[in-house]
Design a protein around this ligand. Structure first.
Ligand SMILES: NC(=O)c1ccc[n+]([C@@H]2O[C@H](COP(=O)([O-])OP(=O)(O)OC[C@H]3O[C@@H](n4cnc5c(N)ncnc54)[C@H](O)[C@@H]3O)[C@@H](O)[C@H]2O)c1
Ligand SMILES: O=C(O)C[C@H](O)C(=O)O
Ligand SMILES: [Mn+2]
Length: 541
């Protein structure tokens, strides 16, 4: 290919119309671009005007992805200017639509690595080719068995790896040339995809069991060999594999499971934010988790560990939790329990009507929770009746409908405030606008792991931490406090996305400091702030 075109086609190097005359001369670009040289400000303004002319979210995303695919610097320059507006477009909820329409809208491979479960022998070559000599420090990998709450999307799920990495750069400032999205095509059990002539993945049912875990093992091993300084972030794996994989590798390598740990941290931070507003104690709360899967159990574990850190006896702390899943309240003898659910189950003898506790309303009536968190993928499950019953026994009920995307949320923020006469302390998974109720404008916190994982991962990387352990994770959960003024009427339980870059930096420094304090940081790294600042990339030519 012509030398100049190679540069224009390289999203990590391309500046498009912003190449100066001197650069054009030097790089073989003379004659390949219109004569006028634009500044990055002009490029951004022109692109944003075009963006505003589009109405549908998916069209807006399409335009932004074109910029991303051709010019990373411009993309992140723009995203910094419009973070609150762009987050729901490049990330959740519009990313769900883009995954569903991936095969029809397919344009480019987005610099991801596509790994085929049928060819474990090719993993190394595939990773090497996608990295193309770049110094990869951060990998987001998905096998797309559980994309958000929309289920199994096979190879289409690559968009979540790309999208999560976009947020890493926009929020924490990882150099986009140092990241690698990875899609593991392990087949799909989504019949719609298997029947779709456009589907771009393996048309075979999902591989499970030994063959699957051997593939993951080989993948982890090759990542370690090729990119020994990298953080391996797992995203949207299935309920049957996510926790197993985390348990297997978390003490061995620098790894993170976003749906378990990221969601756990942000939910705990949100509940702590709610306690700041209500002036209640965490140790006085009763917790109900509706949807006790990957995210639900990650949240329960984080809340439980915080109770223990606050001095509560472990057995007593466990008794504060009630898990509700498809079967209803989970008892020690409920069939089909997962290993993570088991320790948090209840005894039937605790209830006179144990046999009837098979739906959310009955459980809320029986246990009077004060904190109710939804990770069930069941839209509207927090009904008016359920919420009114909950609010009858709690002064400031904490209610977090966290299922994504929008169409799957357990409740809408406005309804929760209405049904509780403005008493509910609410956070949602997807962004929610301000809710006016009575005379108060309620700001709704977004309890989405995107508010925390960029800082956590970046902090661990900046410190060159050997592992990402529970201490570092607990430190991150506390790093968000003090940003919101809890005494402002209608205050949110979490800081706003508008400040994402600021508080991600704070989280990163906190996590890096924890690694240093525990003796887990890389050689010579003693100053957390300096380490984070040194690694921070900025979108400029
Ligand atoms: N806000 C966030 O940051 C965040 C993070 C992770 C996951 N989530 C959301 O949480 C949801 C669950 O994700 P996951 O990864 O835990 O999936 P998962 O499949 O591991 O868990 C979902 C759980 O809900 C249960 N469930 C299904 N139907 C139910 C019903 N009728 N009643 C009660 N429980 C029911 C399932 O049995 C399962 O245990 C998704 O919508 C996802 O988008 C949000
Ligand atoms: O992707 C998100 O919006 C959050 C979370 O990781 C999820 O799976 O829902
Ligand atoms: Mn996820």
């Amino acid at each position: 290919m012509r030398k100049g075109m190679q540069i224009l086609n390289d999203p990590f190097k391309n500046k498009g119309t912003a190449f100066t005359m001197a650069e054009r001369r030097e790089l073989g670009l003379l004659g390949l671009l219109p004569t006028h040289v634009r500044t990055i400000e002009e490029q951004a303004a022109e692109t944003y005007a075009l963006y505003q002319s589009k109405t549908a979210g998916i069209e807006k995303r399409h335009l932004l992805m074109e910029i991303f695919n051709t010019n990373r610097t411009l993309f992140f320059y723009l995203m910094k200017q419009h973070i609150t507006e762009f987050m729901p477009v490049v990330y959740d909820p519009v990313i769900a639509e883009s995954i569903e329409q991936y095969d029809e809208r397919y344009l480019r491979p987005q610099d991801a690595a596509y790994l085929d479960v049928n060819h474990p022998e090719d993993i190394e070559e595939e990773l090497r080719a996608a990295a193309d000599g770049r110094d990869i420090r951060l990998i987001v990998v998905t096998d797309a068995e559980g994309i958000l709450g929309i289920g199994d999307w096979g190879v289409n799920g690559v968009d979540i790896s790309v999208g999560k990495l976009m947020v890493y750069t926009a929020a924490a400032g990882i150099d986009p040339a140092q990241v690698l999205p990875v899609s593991i095509d392990a087949g799909t059990d989504n019949q719609q995809l298997l029947d779709d002539p456009n589907y771009l993945g393996n048309r075979q049912h999902r591989i499970h069991g030994e063959r699957y875990f051997a593939f993951i093992d080989r993948f982890v091993d090759r990542v370690e060999a090729l990119f020994p300084k990298s953080l391996l972030h797992f995203e949207d794996f299935g309920r049957g594999t996510a926790a197993k994989i985390l348990d297997k590798y978390q003490e061995r390598i620098l790894t993170f499971n976003d749906d378990i740990q990221g969601t756990g941290i942000i939910a705990l931070a949100g509940v702590l934010g709610a306690m700041n507003i209500s002036k209640e104690k965490l140790t006085d709360q009763t917790f109900l988790t509706f949807g006790a899967g990957t995210a639900g159990m990650g949240i329960a574990k984080m809340l439980y560990e915080e109770l223990v850190r606050q001095g509560m006896d472990p057995a007593e702390a466990k008794r504060r939790f009630y898990l509700v899943d498809k079967q209803g309240l989970l008892f020690e003898d409920t069939p089909g329990l997962t290993p993570k659910q088991q320790p948090f189950t209840r005894r039937r003898a605790e209830f006179a009507n144990a046999g009837q506790l098979t739906d959310l309303l009955s459980v809320v009536k029986a246990v009077h929770p004060t904190v109710m968190i939804g990770t069930s993928t069941q839209p509207g499950a927090f009904t008016e009746e359920v919420v009114r019953e909950l609010a009858a026994h709690a002064k400031r009920p904490v209610i977090f409908p966290l299922s994504n995307p929008t169409k799957l949320a357990e409740a809408k923020a406005a309804d929760l405030l209405k049904w509780t006469d403005g008493r509910a302390l609410v956070a949602t998974g997807i962004p929610a606008g301000t809710v006016n109720y009575g005379d108060v404008d309620y700001q709704i916190g977004q309890a989405n792991n995107a508010l925390i994982y960029p800082g956590v991962g970046f902090g661990a990387l900046a410190a060159q931490a050997k592992v990402l352990n529970d201490e570092m994770i607990a430190a991150a959960a506390h790093a968000l406090s003090g940003i919101v003024d809890p005494d402002q009427p209608g205050a949110a339980v979490l800081p706003p996305v508008e400040k994402l870059a600021d508080f991600s930096k704070r989280v990163a420094i906190t996590v890096a400091q924890s690694a240093i304090d525990q003796g887990l940081a890389g050689k010579g790294i003693t100053d957390a702030q300096q380490a984070v600042e040194q690694m921070t990339w900025e979108a400029k030519y």
